[in-house]
Each structure stands twice: as structure tokens, then as C-alpha cells.
Design a protein around this ligand. Sequence first.
Ligand SMILES: *[C@@H]1O[C@H](CO)[C@@H](O)[C@H](O)[C@H]1NC(C)=O
Ligand SMILES: *[C@@H]1O[C@H](CO)[C@@H](O)[C@H](O)[C@H]1NC(C)=O
Ligand SMILES: *[C@@H]1O[C@H](CO)[C@@H](O)[C@H](O)[C@H]1NC(C)=O
Ligand SMILES: *[C@@H]1O[C@H](CO)[C@@H](O)[C@H](O)[C@H]1NC(C)=O
Ligand SMILES: *[C@@H]1O[C@H](CO)[C@@H](O)[C@H](O)[C@H]1NC(C)=O
Ligand SMILES: *[C@@H]1O[C@H](CO)[C@@H](O)[C@H](O)[C@H]1NC(C)=O
Ligand SMILES: *[C@@H]1O[C@H](CO)[C@@H](O)[C@H](O)[C@H]1NC(C)=O
Ligand SMILES: *[C@@H]1O[C@H](CO)[C@@H](O)[C@H](O)[C@H]1NC(C)=O
Length: 458
Amino acid sequence: MELNSSSCNAEEISTKRCRTCLHFQLRWMIFIFLFAFLFSSAAAYDPLDPTGNITIKWDVISWTADGYVAVVTMNNFQMYRHIMSPGWTLGWSWAKKEVIWSMVGAQTTEQGDCSKFKGNIPHCCKKTPTVVDLLPGVPYNQQIANCCKGGVIAAWGQDPSASVGAFQVSVGLAGTTNKTVKLPTNFTLLGPGPGYTCGPAKVVPSTTFLTPDLRRKTQALMTWNVTCTYSQFLASKNPSCCVSLSSFYNDTITPCPKCACGCKNKNCIKSDSKLLSVAGVNTPRKDNTPLLQCTTHMCPIRVHWHVKLNYKDYWRVKIAITNFNYRLNYTQWTLVAQHPNLNNVTEVFSFDYKPLVPYQSINDTGMFYGMKYFNDLLMEAGPAGNVQSEVLLEKNQDTFTLKKGWAFPRKVYFNGDECMLPSPDTYPHLPNSAPVSSTVITSIITASVIYLIIMVIT
Ligand SMILES: *[C@@H]1O[C@H](CO)[C@@H](O)[C@H](O)[C@H]1NC(C)=O
Ligand SMILES: *[C@@H]1O[C@H](CO)[C@@H](O)[C@H](O)[C@H]1NC(C)=O
Ligand SMILES: *[C@@H]1O[C@H](CO)[C@@H](O)[C@H](O)[C@H]1NC(C)=O
Ligand SMILES: *[C@@H]1O[C@H](CO)[C@@H](O)[C@H](O)[C@H]1NC(C)=O
Ligand SMILES: *[C@@H]1O[C@H](CO)[C@@H](O)[C@H](O)[C@H]1NC(C)=O
Ligand SMILES: *[C@@H]1O[C@H](CO)[C@@H](O)[C@H](O)[C@H]1NC(C)=O
Ligand SMILES: *[C@@H]1O[C@H](CO)[C@@H](O)[C@H](O)[C@H]1NC(C)=O
Ligand SMILES: *[C@@H]1O[C@H](CO)[C@@H](O)[C@H](O)[C@H]1NC(C)=O
């Protein structure tokens, strides 16, 4: 990013030519800034969860005659992005000719070519094994702690105790000391779809374990970590949800943007179609292709934000989430919203709520999720395919206004993916007030710039 201002000396600066060059440099700076901005959102960085990641830790717990036994633990440190059914798939490449003798709490999807082994046959001989979790209810002798959940891992912010998965692997034809072990490479993680990128394995200080009676500490013989981060950009080129808006002060319902989730090459089925009564229409497909209800937005999920009431000291918002996919139940769904008044949530009805404070000074983001056994399951499209809640917020008289779309959210995420908002000029507006002006856009840009600055500083 060389600005090359030395080419403009004092004498030249008055000439027209150098003024053009300054102008060009300014444009160039703006371009670089915009590029950095775009790039930062494309890279695996989520401003609402800047440290979110999934860490995969390998603890070598014993050396064997020809290798080692390791416990592999996956911790989901993401506040609001979980791994939903059908669960995670983990892959890596062995650095040498390693094989997997056996596994507990997980299995590889393919054994590969083990023909050179006589007698004892390994569990997997592939150079790049692909591992999946076992289903709940496997025999006890195939389980270890935190395994066998069908690959489902909760979000850290929702249920830290369920945000972990684990299995044990016995590796052969490998190094048998911490000097000769070669770390696996090229880790890949599907959760269950694409979106995660994993870094290289790094040796870290050995994990210490406490015995159940807390009276003795043991230590892994060697530990390495792999960190995987999520990028919505990698997961899919289109959004997977959209937002619609309405208010008590205007009859207009601002719908989701047209084709918010992409209309190209998408099949759908009308909500009154006779095909819906055919048995098996709801059965999920192996590749998870959705069966969408036909809508103008073509999103599997719509979040509706309704400004319902305006009291003297409080105001009330109704939030409804609708599923338009006939082939998917969303288990343990999460909804994240960003709004300046979320620093003063008084009560949330029928959803659980937790403020997210990624930057100590800004308390404008929170996550909503279903109450266990009540509405933590968002059912397939149809009459039962929605969940809703109301939120009571205490006004801060200095900032509260119904003008300029202030009462609507700045950002909405469903299951960790950002939802497309309508364009600000279509927001329902107060009678006799100008439509949402560009100040909303400006403030969004300002907020983004602040995040960018914070990101650069930290
Ligand atoms: C992964 O997440 C944890 C918990 O938020 C954080 O402490 C750690 O620094 C993160 N790791 C990376 C490489 O971002
Ligand atoms: C390795 O991962 C574990 C979680 O699995 C985490 O607690 C630990 O801090 C990580 N170590 C490093 C050095 O990142
Ligand atoms: C390997 O083991 C030796 C002792 O057996 C220890 O001193 C050393 O720190 C270990 N190295 C690593 C990378 O764990
Ligand atoms: C890891 O992946 C890269 C690129 O896909 C490939 O070039 C390399 O050979 C792989 N390494 C191993 C050990 O398979
Ligand atoms: C969703 O859950 C309900 C109740 O558990 C079940 O009857 C239905 O088959 C499920 N639908 C899908 C698409 O899995
Ligand atoms: C953020 O706001 C919520 C109310 O919405 C409050 O309960 C919480 O304590 C606040 N957190 C911080 C760090 O200010
Ligand atoms: C919540 O609103 C009340 C009333 O305006 C105000 O006094 C209080 O400071 C607000 N709390 C926060 C955390 O902004
Ligand atoms: C309601 O909002 C819409 C969209 O911004 C606007 O076109 C319409 O004039 C508003 N209605 C009234 C009564 O102000």
C-alpha cells in the first residue's frame, strides 16, 4: 500500500498533474479500504462472535507397541453456532503410513485397503480417514464420555456442557515417542455442511486431567490442537434466511427481499399442493436437499420482527420464526439479534435469552433460543412450523424513537448464519414522516467501521 507521496515534491504539488496524482492516490486509498472491508467479511471472522471457533484437541494417553492411543475432543467455542443433525464429519491426512487399529465412540465411514495386513485387521487403512460420531444408544463398550450424540454439538452460549464431542483412536504404524510422532495434517470439518476451515495441528502444553474424586492429577503424554473457524461465505453463496418487518403504527408489512436466498435452480412446492399429503414427503434426504414451500424469498427460514406496542416506559416486540423447509426440523435453533436497546431487555417471553457482549463496551447483541422440551424444536414447514416470542424492552428516553426504522434490528442471525434484511427505504414508517433516511445506512456503516477498527486494534 505504497502511497508514493515522495513523487509529489513541493514544486510539483501546485501543478495540475500532481493534483491528479493526489486525487488518484485518494481514490486508491478508498479502494484499498473497501477491499479490506469486503475481504474482512469474506474471511472467517464473525464480528458478533470474534473468538468463535471449534477446537479439536488430541491427547495422547498411552504409547503402544507400534503407535499411540489418543482421545480426540472437539470443543465448540462458538456462542450461537451449533452442529445440527446429521452431525459432524471430521477428516485428516496421515503424515506417514499410519493406520487406525480401533476406535471408541466414533467410526470411519470407510475401511480402505487393508489387504497387506494378516491376522489383526485395522479399523481403517485410508490415508485420509473420514470419521463420524456414533448414534446414541450404542453398547456401553463402544462409548466414551461425550461421544455418541449422532454428531450433534451444542453452541457454547446455549449449553456449554453439551458443546463438546469426543472419541478415542488407537493409531498404529506411527511414532511411539513425542519426538517421533508426526502430527496429522489437512484437517477438514463438516458441520454438517461446508463452511469450516481448519488450521494446522500445533503441539500445545499437555492437558492435565483430574481424577473423578479430584484427588489426583494426570497428564496427557502429548497434546496437539487444531482450530477450525466458520465462514458463511464458504458455506453457501446465498443467505439461508431473511427478515420481514411490521409495526403497530403502519399496516404495511415489509416482506423479505425478493429471492433473498436465491431463486435460481430452486424447486419448491405450493403450500396447498396435493403432493404434501403423499406419505414420505417430509423424509429428509441423504444429501439434505430441502423441499421448500414456494415463497417470493425462497428462504428456508423467515424471521419476522413486529413492533407491537409502545408504552410510556417500555416497548414490546414480537418475534416469529417460520420454517419453510418440509424436510427439516431445526433442533436447538438459535436466533441472534443486534439492536441498540438490547442493553435494556426487561423480559423475554417463551424463549430463553442471553446477552452477547463480544466487546465490553457495546451491549447491543443477544441470542434467543428455544426452551427445552417446549419450543427448542422448530418443526418442519406446515401448521406447526413456527416458534414465537415477545420481548419487553425498557426505553432509554434519550435514544428511543419510532422514527427512521430505529425500532427494527440492525442484524439478525439464525443458527449462526446472517439473515438478509429488507432495504431500509421499504421499512414501515410513521405516518407523515419521511421514509427511513440514509442515516440508518450511515449508522450501519459507522458500526461496521467501528468493528473493523476494534478488529485491527485487538
Ligand atoms: C478459540 O476460541 C477460544 C474460546 O473463545 C479462544 O480462547 C481461542 O483464542 C480461540 N482460538 C483461536 C485460534 O481463535
Ligand atoms: C487446546 O484446546 C483446548 C480445548 O479443546 C483449549 O482448552 C486449549 O486452550 C487449547 N490450547 C491452545 C494452546 O490453544
Ligand atoms: C517429550 O517428552 C519429554 C520427556 O519424556 C519432555 O521433556 C518433553 O518436553 C516432551 N516434548 C513435548 C513436545 O511434549
Ligand atoms: C494436504 O492438502 C494439500 C492441498 O489439498 C495437498 O497438496 C497435500 O498433499 C495434502 N497433504 C497430505 C499429507 O495429504
Ligand atoms: C420432525 O419431528 C416430528 C416430531 O418429532 C416428526 O414426526 C417428523 O417426522 C420430523 N420431521 C422431519 C422432517 O424430520
Ligand atoms: C447487557 O444487557 C442486559 C439486559 O439486556 C443485562 O442483563 C446485562 O447485564 C448487560 N451486560 C453488560 C455487560 O452490560
Ligand atoms: C435502561 O433504561 C433505563 C431507563 O432509561 C436507564 O436508566 C438505564 O441506564 C438503562 N440501562 C442500560 C444498561 O442502558
Ligand atoms: C407505511 O409504510 C410504508 C412503507 O414505508 C409507506 O409507503 C406508507 O406510506 C406508510 N403508511 C402510512 C399510513 O404512513
